[in-house]
Design a protein around this ligand. Structure first.
Ligand SMILES: NC(=O)c1ccc[n+]([C@@H]2O[C@H](COP(=O)([O-])OP(=O)(O)OC[C@H]3O[C@@H](n4cnc5c(N)ncnc54)[C@H](O)[C@@H]3O)[C@@H](O)[C@H]2O)c1
Length: 356
């Protein structure tokens, strides 16, 4: 499957399907003058059966630590030093192979090395395939928070090889499904259709939606912000659980809970009716996602983090469904959010609530 992402003069394709990693040689060959390639990945992935990538160029494989802790400016610097040691020139190519942490970090290093060299993403988690590798956002974390430095740097291509997903732990798959659920809802689709969809269909709907939104608003001046549906509470939950157990929840799992909350907040604000809440719950349930708050999360702490969210721009803003479809709603009344959160926490403590 070929999904074009038409952004400015840098239109590129997302290829999805079993075995598309074998197209890497062909993709880098489109870069006239390319002589060398740096493949950036994490140690565990090099042992996977599908790690048989070849660029047809002089290759250097570079490893960064696994997961979120790799996303630091120190690692960006280390990668750039390694690119220089491998004598990567402006015409050469960086290939990022891994989850979103790798595509973000290697993409950022590629964006700043020599003021920008080409990057090809080979996303190997569902989340990276449907979200992180598409749209050109790259970045790293600061001590002050996640993704606070970065650059827009569109890839040369994205090779979403579904064979790589065969080795993905169930937990990581569920995390990707959280972002799929978001796209499914933004695309106006329902629960029964999600339950009936194949993995390829789920990926296709999510990538096409993201490609369309990014093409309309590459730099998040408007419509791209809708991709943050479920993220205001999702990010706050991630911040709170990070302090007690970083493995308690993955990003997409937190987004799913954030979606369940956002639709209830929309109902409370008179934007949608109970049927819409049931529809959104239906999509989450069809994809096997929990929609209840984890135990013992203090609504006041969540509220505190939500007001400090970098995308909140100093007020409480949510992407919410409503009569005109999804919209970014700024300046939501804090009291309403508090009451909605307390109700959500109460409903979540019900034994029949859909917890993981
Ligand atoms: N740039 C964007 O637009 C964007 C969008 C969403 C998320 N992100 C970023 O993506 C990151 C999260 O990405 P993630 O959820 O993919 O996490 P991740 O990159 O940490 O990967 C999760 C785990 O899965 C392992 N893994 C990866 N592929 C595997 C495979 N095929 N088989 C077995 N194990 C595999 C990884 O080694 C890692 O341990 C965050 O840093 C987030 O900020 C960026």
């Amino acid at each position: 499957m070929r999904i074009p992402v038409p952004v400015g003069d840098a239109a590129y394709d997302v290829l999805v399907g079993p075995g598309v990693r074998s197209r890497l040689t062909e993709v880098v060959a489109t870069r006239a003058g390319a002589r060398a390639a740096a493949i950036v990945t994490v140690p565990g992935l090099r042992e996977q059966p599908w790690f048989d990538l070849t660029t047809g160029l002089e290759e250097t494989v570079l490893e960064v630590p696994d997961g979120e802790r790799a996303k630091t400016l120190d690692h960006v610097e280390e990668l750039c030093e390694s690119f220089a040691a491998a004598e990567l020139s402006r015409d050469d190519v960086v290939v990022a192979v891994g989850g979103g942490a790798v595509t973000d970090l290697a993409g950022f290093a590629a964006a700043v090395y020599l003021r920008g060299v080409s990057v090809v993403h080979v996303p190997t988690t569902l989340l990276a395939l449907v979200d992180a590798s598409v749209g050109g956002k790259t970045g790293a974390n600061l001590r002050a928070g996640k993704n606070l430095v970065g650059a827009f740097h569109q890839p040369l291509a994205v090779l979403g090889d579904t064979e790589t997903l065969a080795t993905l732990p169930a937990r990581e798959r569920r995390s990707g499904l959280g972002e799929v659920a978001k796209c499914w809802l933004l695309d106006g689709r329902d629960g029964p259709a999600a339950a009936a969809a194949s993995e390829m269909e789920l990926i296709e709907v999510a990538v096409r939606l993201k490609a369309r939104v990014v093409a309309a608003d590459e730099r998040e001046q408007g419509a791209r912000a809708l991709l943050n549906y479920g993220h205001t509470l999702g990010h706050a939950i991630e911040r709170v659980v990070l302090d007690r157990d970083p493995d308690e929840l993955r990003h997409g799992e937190a987004v799913a809970i954030g979606i369940a909350f956002a639709v209830r907040l929309a109902e409370r604000l008179g934007r949608v009716d109970a049927a819409t809440v049931a529809e959104h719950d239906g999509v989450l349930a069809s994809l096997g996602l929990a929609s209840a708050l984890p135990e013992d999360l203090d609504p006041e702490r969540l509220l505190d983090f939500m007001t400090r969210d970098k995308k909140a721009r100093h007020d409480l803003r949510f992407v919410l469904p409503g009569p005109q479809g999804f919209e970014v709603v700024a300046g939501v009344d804090e009291g309403e959010v508090r009451r909605a959160l307390e109700e959500f926490a109460d409903a979540s403590s019900d034994p029949t609530a859909h917890r993981r």
